[in-house]
Design a protein around this ligand. Structure first.
Ligand code: TYD
Length: 205
């Protein structure tokens, strides 16, 4: 049996991560593979408290440094209490965002040093890297249109130029790790996007 894999999904808001994660869950289920779906910030009780605070709290009180450290605290707890234990039990882990999100949102967009973020990510994860990351890439027009009028969190309320910074940051991060990060055009049909995802995973399932 293939060793359980750790798969992450990244992308600007509204690129369809949740839809693809649900499809991946159904696909793994159909293959009889055990998995858990989780998210960042979040995934644990403490992580969800941090998530609520950062995304829906008094955000003006948060400097980028504080924002970064809160993401990292949630991540360290998540890796220790959910991600590693699942992988140790040979359960696949599918995460909606992980380390690359901090590099892009707090680094490229909020100006924190990328090197500092890498160091903090290494500490928070104790070097646990995903086996594969899917980056869903779409224009701000498509992404922001898809976000629509649901209750917006702090990051979703930002301008088009913030969205474009996020998009460019992710493309750069992907170009630095082409083996791990698969960039997928999210302006295709849901089925076409998932066909690309499943073809990348086929050697493992
Ligand atoms: P998101 O994953 O888009 O969830 P939903 O689809 O339910 O809205 O929301 C998480 C937000 O948190 C997203 O806008 C990106 C942001 N974020 C960071 O800024 N840094 C991080 O390290 C992580 C994990 C997320």
């Amino acid at each position: 049996m293939t060793k359980a894999k750790f798969i992450t999904f990244e992308g600007a808001d509204g690129t369809g991560k949740s839809t693809q994660i649900n499809l991946l869950g159904k696909y793994l289920e159909s293959k009889g593979i055990q998995f858990v779906i989780t998210r960042e910030p979040g995934g644990t009780e403490i992580g969800e408290i941090i998530r609520n605070w950062v995304l829906y709290g008094e955000h003006d009180q948060l400097k980028p440094q504080t924002e970064t450290l809160m993401m990292m605290a949630a991540r360290a707890f998540h890796v220790e209490n959910l991600i590693r234990p699942a992988l140790d039990e040979n359960i696949w882990v599918i995460a909606d965002r992980y380390t690359d999100a901090t590099t892009v949102y707090q680094g490229y967009a909020k100006g924190m040093s990328i090197e500092t973020i890498h160091l903090l990510n290494t500490i928070a994860t104790e070097d646990l890297e995903p086996d594969m990351t899917f980056l869903l890439d779409a224009s701000s027009k498509l992404g922001k249109g898809r976000i629509g009028s649901r209750q917006l969190d702090y990051f979703e309320k930002q301008s088009d130029s913030f969205y474009d910074q996020i998009r460019r940051g992710y493309v750069e991060v992907a170009s630095n790790s082409p083996e791990r990060i698969k960039l997928i055009k999210a302006d295709q049909s849901i089925e076409a996007v998932f066909a690309e995802i499943s073809s990348h995973l086929s050697p493992w399932v």
